[in-house]
Design a binder for this molecule. Structure first.
Ligand SMILES: *Cc1c(COP(=O)(O)O)cnc(C)c1O
Length: 453
């Protein structure tokens, strides 16, 4: 199991060759290829008793990886395309090689400080105060669970069937899921109406909170979405922050998709109000282009996150635990990957401005897409994008829209997804990958125009 130097060299060279071919192939790879490959019947095979050959296994992995929607490629416009930064891939290899324990800071204090520096930078980006802190998670879903748990401990002193949570129909379902995992019933999640632009109606939220209080409920958690999943719409964060302050609600900003746009001028204007949040989620595996598996939770007061999660065991008595952030005390995990390096290395290697410029380019490309789609007489464009999600449908109804999306994706030149808005089947096109540039967007628009005819 511990290869010698020569074997390490051979394995690494073979893996590097695979990686090189894969990345180089992304420019021309089909946007989707879900046809079964020849090796299909071996994918379910159990492991052998004796050793295999790495070359054969890389072949099998390659076959399995190629039967997929090309989420890493430049023509992926579905859901939230991140691409996956190569520098982050290298960071992960380094982190896994040194294999340090970073669940508490004692065993590798300088690595924890390095991870903490990225979290501090993100807190500063959102102008959170000195006592703010945070945690890298597997994604926004787990970050939301930790935030909701902390909020309930802080505002309600623990579970209470009368505690209520405020969302809209466009809030990501991870909030309702977190509530369910935390033992809340469905009626504890209150759905506030949205306005014509699909933003939470702050006055309606205030009404609902007041009515709930009058009925003896205990409102405690208000979610403002900074970039909704269906349309990238940003809720009125300043008005919601005011409501939260007046009503002593924990104000959670879901920036899983939109949060990173805080790096840009335009994003900062839209996200005004997020600086008042008690917690913010953002997903580096969306808008900071990282490979899947990295989310972030930021909290205004780290002590509240710690109060909700800190635990101890006799077996941890040898670890120094009072001089820095112990990530195990801030979320559900003890042993964890050293996730911070996945973002630290790209930020330091490319520089912050490279990220800002990428995001600004995506905003520009999304404006271009919106303009072109709106000008097409065969399409209805119901909404102007806040960020980089454009939505459109056929004027001829749901069946025509579904057929149009099927035609678009059947070209295998681009891949888009759909949602429902006001009950209507609606196609969405999200420009976000760091590999997506103007020619790819123009290609997508040409494919869409042809399918709409
Ligand atoms: C993707 C998304 C989530 C869930 O994040 P995961 O990283 O997939 O767990 C939450 N909120 C919004 C707005 C999202 O777009």
């Amino acid at each position: 199991m511990e290869p010698d130097r020569q074997t390490r060299h051979e394995w690494t060279a073979a893996t590097t060759a695979f990686v090189e071919d894969f990345v180089a192939g992304l420019a021309t790879a089909p946007a989707s290829d879900l046809e079964p490959r020849a090796g299909q019947d071996t994918f379910g095979a159990p492991p052998p008793e004796g050793p295999g050959r790495l070359g054969d296994l890389l072949d099998r992995f390659g076959d399995a990886a190629h039967q997929a929607i090309e989420t890493a490629g430049p023509r992926y416009f579905a859901y939230f395309p991140a691409g996956g930064l190569y520098s982050s891939v290298l960071a992960e290899t380094l982190a896994q090689t040194v294999n340090r324990f970073t669940g508490v800071q004692g065993p590798a204090p300088a690595l924890v400080a390095l991870e903490q520096s990225v979290l501090r930078w993100l807190c500063d980006l959102f102008a959170l105060p000195g006592g703010a802190g945070g945690l890298f998670t597997s994604g926004a879903s787990v970050a939301t669970l930790a935030a909701l748990h902390a909020a309930r401990e802080d505002r309600l002193d623990g579970p209470d069937p009368l505690g209520t949570i405020y969302v809209t129909e466009h809030t990501h379902y991870c909030v309702a899921k977190a509530a369910r995992i935390a033992g809340c019933t469905a009626d504890q999640v209150r759905v506030v109406p949205v306005d014509a632009e699909l933003r939470m109606d702050a006055a309606a939220a205030a009404d609902l909170v007041a009515r709930d209080r009058a009925a003896g409920r205990r409102p405690f958690f208000l979610v403002g979405t900074a970039g909704s999943t269906s349309t990238g719409t940003v809720d009125p964060l300043t008005a919601l922050a005011d409501l939260a302050r007046r009503e002593n609600l924990w104000f959670h900003v879901d920036g899983a998709y939109g949060g990173a746009f805080q790096l840009t001028e335009r994003g900062r204007r839209l996200l005004r109000g997020a600086e008042h949040a008690d917690s913010i989620t953002l997903d580096p595996h969306k808008s900071l282009f990282l490979p899947f598996g990295t989310g972030v939770l930021l909290v205004r007061d780290e002590r509240r996150l710690r109060a909700a999660h800190a635990a101890d065991g006799d077996y941890l008595q040898d670890l120094a635990r009072d001089t820095g952030p112990d990530f195990a005390d801030l979320g559900p995990e003890l042993t964890r990957g050293f996730r911070g390096l996945r973002l630290w290395l790209p930020l330091h290697l490319h520089g912050v401005d490279a990220f800002r410029r990428e995001l600004d380019e995506k905003l520009d490309l999304s404006e271009l897409a919106h303009r072109e789609l709106s000008a097409d007489p065969n399409l209805v464009v119901p909404l102007k994008p806040d960020l980089t999600v454009s939505v459109f449908h056929s004027p001829d109804g749901d069946a025509a829209t579904e057929l149009m999306l099927m035609r678009i994706n059947a070209t295998r030149r681009v891949y888009l997804s759909s949602t429902r808005l006001a009950g209507r089947h609606t196609v969405r096109m999200c420009v976000l990958s760091h590999r997506t540039h103007r020619p790819h967007v123009e290609e997508a628009l040409a494919v869409i125009r042809a399918a709409a005819r």
